[in-house]
Design a protein around this ligand. Structure first.
Ligand code: 13P
Length: 263
């Protein structure tokens, strides 16, 4: 079975005490639940709390809980004020880094080339990448969504080897569904995930495509998680708003646990 991932992207939310409470809540859930082998749970706080959150992740092998950053620099070190190197992220215990989120593309003008550099350096640093892609509403209305998303993937991941792809997770996040309460239907999401998998099969090989975990993101909540996870090509979720409360995040995780048990 492909790796199933429930990832919380906390964005610029949670002060210190809240970050600790949430991490403890998720850790308690993870430790008190019989988690399937295939399940990975990811939390992604802001840079200043990465180390703190890491210290509240139980250091037992079967806790399934991993730390992610929300971005990284394209540079190893040096005169880059305000930036954080993926080497430093790895050094303090991150397993993952989210790259290419639509908020960074829009608010920080991150281009495909810049993202390709970040991806390359993050892989060299030993991080796994959660690479975000997704179309705008007008692009979907025009029926161009597949082309847009595949271009984003080609533009930043097109040069990677099959070995590199073993460390890539794709998160399909239609921009019109992020923070809007509007979710892509399970069919819309699954169709896109199939298109992404088929691109990887053509571009690399079937094995890499079969092993690739593709997450859906955009207003995922306990009420819609089970229907999304029941789809053949949806391997989990990248969750914003609903990842900020223990109850809703663990309810979504529980939906994935039940889905895995049903297969
Ligand atoms: P919401 O779940 O708040 O829509 O955010 C999705 C997202 O952007 C996760 O990266």
């Amino acid at each position: 079975m492909r790796k199933k991932i429930i990832a919380g992207n906390w964005k610029m939310n949670m002060v210190k005490a809240e970050a600790i409470t949430l991490t403890q809540g998720i850790a308690n859930f993870a430790l008190s639940t019989d988690l399937p082998e295939a399940l990975t749970i990811v939390v992604s706080p802001v840079y200043p709390y990465l180390d703190l959150v890491n210290n509240h992740i139980p250091s037992v092998n079967d806790c399934h809980l991993y730390l992610s950053a929300q971005d990284c620099s394209a540079h190893e070190k040096g005169a880059h004020t305000g930036e954080v190197s993926p080497i430093m992220l790895k050094d303090i215990g991150c397993h993952y880094v989210i790259l290419g989120h639509s908020e960074r593309r829009a608010q920080h003008q991150e281009s495909a080339d810049l993202l390709a550099q970040k991806v390359g350096l993050a892989l060299d640093s030993g991080l796994q990448i959660i690479f975000c892609c997704g179309e705008q509403l007008d692009e979907r209305k025009a029926g161009n969504q597949n082309e847009i998303v595949i271009d984003q993937i080609k533009g930043s991941l097109g040069e990677l080897s099959t070995d590199d792809w073993a460390n890539i997770v794709i998160a399909y996040e239609p921009v019109w569904a992020i923070g809007t309460g509007e979710t892509a239907s399970p069919e819309q999401a699954n169709d896109m995930h199939k298109a992404i998998r088929s691109f990887v099969a053509d571009h690399l090989d079937q094995r890499a495509a079969d092993q690739l975990s593709i997450l859906y993101g955009g207003s995922v909540k306990p009420a819609n998680a089970a229907d999304l996870f029941a789809c053949s090509d949806i391997d989990g979720a990248l969750i914003g708003g609903a990842s900020l409360k223990t109850d809703s995040f663990t309810a979504i995780t529980q939906a994935m646990i039940e889905q895995i048990a049903n297969v």
